[in-house]
Design a protein around this ligand. Structure first.
Ligand code: NAD
Ligand code: IPM
Ligand code: MN
Length: 347
């Protein structure tokens, strides 16, 4: 029987609740599909930091490298550990070390979910650059505490990084409805975004079957609200993609619905699957987090592992559950009610 080894990092806050839910559903789907998912849990989190002084052990990346995939709940608990330490000690180094350069985030409404828009017919795939750009960490501060203090944050955009994410997005557009929206702010930013637009035009010549349009990030934010049905694949830099995908989550009903896959298409290293949302300290420990985003992320993982029929079964189950109005309205159903309904629908 085919076995996949999965590293599970529940992390902080609701990350723990939604990962528990997703893992139950994944095990049930694996059982039905005749494969084995072997999970190993790692307690790496803000609590782990308070105990050990690190978000993960020194050889954490080496350890993760032995797995086929990584499932992550959420990282961050600003009251215990500053985000600048927690995210830069766990989530961001994993994305970078394994060069998971394509962060794929689907935005569509599951049945009976009422988003804030009056429209329902959209199906957007956001592809976010995930290893460089505005998240490169380059920069510094000088003249601290004086009137002359300056903080510099440098975005780094390499030809290799920009080209590979754009190529990935062109390929995705080709396999969907053939439309690609490339997002920049090249009217205000003079270097990186102009470069991004240039590479987009270069690649467009190699993909004559894809209709590519460049948009400014501000206009795209409005477009996603006003005419989401006009969009197919969106590609954006790390920070712009981060912001647009919380907007995407909002129009699909909320952060509890938005799934994501951090992919390195070169399968020699693990990719990572996690909901778009964070640890939600405001609702942690209440048992009311929506596990759908995490379960959907689990389906993305199975798909990546080549278990597409099991992935499809999970998506059918999710759709059957929301079609009955379970999990569709914030706070109406508890995490375990939604999870049990998905497990029942899988049967
Ligand atoms: P958040 O996504 O945790 O929460 C934003 C809002 O959405 C909150 O009101 C929360 O209750 C709600 N929400 C989020 N997920 C939900 C779910 N599954 N069901 C129901 N409601 C949900 O964002 P934040 O408050 O800005 O961040 C909290 C912490 O999480 C911070 O430390 C932040 O850095 C971190 N964070 C981590 C990740 C990650 O690990 N991938 C992502 C985003 C934020
Ligand atoms: C996300 C999160 C992270 C990001 C944060 C927590 C660093 O917001 O995965 O969307 O910006 O990538
Ligand atoms: Mn985000």
């Amino acid at each position: 029987m085919k076995t996949h080894s999965i590293a599970i990092i529940p992390g902080d806050g609701i990350g723990r609740d939604v990962m528990e839910a997703a893992w139950h559903v994944l095990l049930a789907a694996a059982h039905g599909a005749g494969m084995i998912l072997e999970g190993t849990r790692f307690p790496w989190s803000c609590d782990y930091y308070l105990e050990t002084g690190r978000m993960m052990p020194e050889d954490g990346i080496e350890t993760l490298n032995r797995f086929d995939s990584i499932l992550l709940g959420a990282v961050g608990w600003p009251e215990k550990v500053p985000d600048s330490l927690s995210l830069h000690g766990l989530l961001l180094p994993i994305r970078k070390a394994f060069q998971q350069y394509a962060n794929i985030r689907p935005h569509r409404l599951l049945p009976s979910v009422e988003g804030p828009l009056k429209k329902t017919e959209f199906d957007i795939l956001c592809i976010r650059e995930n290893t460089e750009g505005e998240y490169s960490g380059a920069g510094g501060r000088v003249h601290r505490g004086t009137d002359n203090e300056v903080a510099v944050e440098t975005g780094i955009f390499t030809r290799r990084g920009v080209e590979r994410i754009l190529r990935f997005a062109f390929e995705q557009a080709r396999s969907r409805r053939g439309k690609l929206a490339s997002v920049t702010k090249s009217n205000a930013q003079k270097h990186s975004m102009v470069f991004w637009d240039e590479v987009t035009r270069e690649l467009a010549e190699q993909y004559p079957d894809v209709e590519v349009t460049s948009y400014h990030i501000d206009a795209m934010a409005a477009r996603m609200v006003m005419v989401p049905e006009s969009l197919d694949v969106i590609v954006a830099s790390n920070l712009f993609g981060d912001i647009l995908t919380d907007l995407g989550a909002a129009i699909q009903g909320g952060l509890g619905f938005a799934a994501s896959a951090n992919i390195n298409p070169d399968r020699s290293v693990p990719s990572m699957f996690e909901p778009v949302h964070g640890s939600a300290p405001d609702i942690a420990h209440l048992g009311i987090a929506n596990p759908i985003a995490a379960i959907w992320s689990g389906a993305l993982m199975l798909d990546h592992l080549g278990e597409s029929s099991a992935a499809e079964r999970i998506m059918f189950a999710l759709e059957a559950v929301t079609a009955r109005g379970i999990g569709t309205v914030a706070g109406r159903n508890r995490t375990d009610e939604i999870t049990n309904a998905v497990l029942a629908a899988l049967d």
